[in-house]
Ligand binder design. Structure first.
Ligand code: PRP
Ligand code: ZN
Length: 300
C-alpha cells in the first residue's frame, strides 16, 4: 500500500513518446526506484515519491481528483481534458507547475494534397477527423466555422483516404506522418510540450516540502541541459565585451594570472548554447585558451 499522507504520487505515461524522458528526468533529480512486479508502480527508494505508470489520457483526471499529487503529460492531453471536464465552474481542475521543454509537438490541421481545402478559410461544411474533438470544436466555435468533427482514437491520417473525412487535425512532431500520407500541414491550434500538473488540493506540509525540493531539482536539471562552464584568458580591457558575448551568464569570476598585469583568467557559467561562432567572437576580442565544459548539476 502507498502511504498517501507522506509519499508523493506522480503519474507518468506508461509507454509512449514521453515515458523515457520523464523517467530520465526523475532519475536526474536523484531518484532511485524499484519497479513493482506488475510494472505499474515504481517505488522511490531514496525519496518519498512513487511513480504510477498510466495511460497519458488518464493523467489529467488522476491529478484533478487528487489520486496523484503530480502528473507529467503533454499540454495537448491537458487542454483536451480540460475542455472535456463538465464542472467548469468548480474551479481550476489542476495547475501547471512547470513546462518541461521536451515532447514538443503541435496540433495542426492537415489538408490532403489533392483536396479542395487549402486553409481554415475553406473549412465551412467540411468533415474534420481528429483525436482532439474538444479542442477542434472549441476552435471552430471561436472562429465561427460550421464543420463536422469526426472522432478517431488513432490513425487519423488515414481518414481522408478512407473517405471518412475531408481534412484532419492531428499532432505533428517531425511532420513525417502527414507527408507520408500526402497531407499538407496547415494552421496550428496548439503548441505542446510536456508539463507537470499539480493537484488543486493542498498538499500535507511534510509532503509539500518534498514537492518543493523536487520542483527545484527539476529546474536545476532543465538549466544544466544547455549550460556550460567557460574558462579563458582575456585582456582585462575586454571583460565587458566578453560578458556581452555570453548572454545568460552571471557575473564572471576574475582571477589574476601569474606574472601578467594586462590579462586575467575568466570563469563563468553560460546558460545558453555556446556555439563555435561565440568562441570565434571571444577570440576576436582577445580571449585565448578558451575551455567549454558541460555542467552536471546546478542549484540556483
Ligand atoms: C502522433 C500523431 C501522428 C504522429 C506525428 O501519434 O497522431 O501519428 O504522432 O508525428 P510525426 O510528425 O513525427 O510524424 P503518436 O505517436 O503520439 O501516437 P498516438 O496517435 O497513437 O497517440
Ligand atoms: Zn494517447
Amino acid at each position: 500500500m502507498i502511504d498517501k499522507e507522506t509519499r508523493i504520487k506522480i503519474a507518468i505515461q506508461k509507454s509512449g513518446r514521453l515515458t523515457d524522458h520523464s523517467l530520465d528526468l526523475l532519475q536526474r533529480c536523484g531518484l532511485k526506484y524499484t519497479r513493482a512486479r506488475d510494472q505499474l508502480i515504481c517505488f522511490g527508494e531514496n525519496m518519498p515519491l512513487d511513480i504510477l505508470l498510466v495511460r497519458d489520457d488518464d493523467i489529467p483526471a488522476l491529478v484533478r481528483d487528487d489520486v496523484c499529487d503530480l502528473g507529467v503529460v503533454g499540454l495537448n492531453i491537458v487542454e483536451e481534458a480540460r475542455l472535456g471536464f463538465d464542472d467548469l465552474d468548480a474551479g481550476e481542475p489542476f495547475s501547471i507547475a512547470q513546462r518541461l521543454d521536451y515532447g514538443h509537438c503541435r496540433l495542426s490541421f492537415g489538408y490532403p494534397e489533392e483536396g479542395p481545402v487549402q486553409s481554415v478559410a475553406d473549412l465551412q461544411g467540411q468533415r474534420i477527423a481528429t483525436s482532439y474533438p474538444n479542442m477542434v470544436t472549441d476552435y471552430l466555435r471561436r472562429e465561427g466555422i460550421a464543420a463536422e468533427v469526426v472522432e478517431f482514437s488513432g490513425a487519423v491520417e488515414i481518414a481522408p483516404s478512407l473517405g471518412r473525412a475531408d481534412v484532419i487535425c492531428d499532432l505533428v512532431s517531425t511532420g513525417t506522418t502527414m507527408t507520408a500520407h500526402r497531407i499538407r500541414e496547415g494552421e496550428t491550434i496548439l503548441d505542446s510540450e510536456a508539463v507537470i500538473l499539480r493537484t488543486p488540493v493542498e498538499i500535507p506540509a511534510e509532503k509539500e516540502a518534498w514537492v518543493d525540493r523536487l520542483m527545484q531539482r527539476i529546474e536545476g536539471v532543465m538549466q544544466v541541459r544547455e549550460s556550460k562552464y567557460i574558462m579563458m584568458h582575456a585582456p582585462k580591457s575586454a571583460l565587458a565585451q566578453i560578458c556581452e558575448l555570453l548572454p545568460g551568464s552571471e557575473a564572471p569570476t576574475v582571477l589574476p594570472l601569474e606574472g601578467r598585469d594586462d590579462k586575467v583568467a575568466v570563469h563563468m557559467v553560460c546558460r545558453e548554447t555556446v556555439f563555435w561562432e561565440t568562441l570565434e567572437n571571444l577570440k576576436s576580442v582577445g580571449a585565448s585558451s578558451v575551455l567549454v565544459v558541460p555542467v552536471e548539476k546546478m542549484l540556483a
